[in-house]
Ligand binder design. Structure first.
Ligand SMILES: Cc1ncc(COP(=O)(O)O)c(C=O)c1O
Length: 249
């Protein structure tokens, strides 16, 4: 197999101004070709990466503190991941699982059941994005319960589709100008032990009481929560979910 990432030295190495000339040139191309709706946090463009080191188009080695916003937990271009992707691409690249099924979809769902919190029977559906996953979780909850209401907690981020924008806490920068939004969404207080000094049990009681009054528990299909928020600040609601899923907190 031909590899472009094996030669990345695992150290910070600055060889040009940052952004360098090649990144700046690419940024100009981007302005003409990429929608302005896609934000650009840094005008630095990556050519390859390995582990925690990004190599930009000017040859700078930069420590990756973004990690795909905290999801790249095993680092870039992990050998086992490359091998698995290569092997899969050799077998077949795409089918529609609902038309032509395959074993690795089933295996991944089994692994998710095994490794996600909660000691109960679990099933999964695999989707293209976080927003699509949230949308479908809401559809499943509504269909199963026959109820319309969706509860979310303050400072949560859920995505860029219409329903998930309706569930977001921040209008700015995510939702402004994109309404009208979906109905039957109820925003409830979260647990912020660092700020509110409430125990997990007290914070949970506050959330439940709020939802009882504001939404009416019997109208709720689901409560959608990021166990540890990212966009809203890295709050850890210690103990808040523990009565149901002790492994989460
Ligand atoms: C908690 C949470 N939910 C939903 C999303 C939306 O995911 P996507 O951008 O893949 O649609 C994100 C993305 O950052 C997220 O952090």
């Amino acid at each position: 197999m031909n590899s472009v990432t094996t030669d990345v030295t695992q150290e910070r190495l600055v060889v040009t101004e940052i952004p360098g000339p090649k990144s700046l040139a690419l940024h100009e191309r981007r302005k003409n070709a990429v929608s302005a709706g896609v934000g650009a946090t840094f005008p630095v463009y990556i050519e390859r990466a390995k582990g925690s080191i990004l190599v930009d188009v000017d040859g700078n080695h930069i420590v990756d503190m973004g990690g795909g916003i905290g999801v790249n937990t095993i680092g870039h271009a992990d050998d086992a991941v490359i091998e698995a992707a290569f092997e899969q691409a050799q077998r077949f690249t795409h089918t529609l699982f609902t038309v032509t099924g395959y074993e690795s979809y089933v295996r991944l769902c089994e692994l998710l059941a095994q490794h996600t919190p909660g000691n109960f029977a679990k099933k999964s559906v695999l989707l293209n994005s976080g927003a699509e996953a949230v949308e479908n979780a809401v559809k499943i909850a509504r269909k199963f319960t026959g109820r319309p209401g969706v509860a979310v907690v303050d400072h949560g981020y859920h995505g860029r589709t219409n329903l998930t924008m309706s569930m977001n806490f921040k209008a700015m920068p995510y939702n402004l100008g994109f309404g009208p939004f979906a109905g039957d969404i109820h925003h409830a207080p979260n647990s912020y032990p660092f700020h509110d000094k409430l125990s997990g049990a007290e914070a949970a009681a506050r959330t439940i009481s709020w939802l009882d009054k504001r939404a009416g528990a019997t109208d709720l299909a689901c409560l959608v929560v990021e166990p540890i928020q990212g966009e809203g600040g890295f709050y850890r609601p210690r103990g808040w979910l523990s009565s149901r899923s002790p492994e989460v907190v």
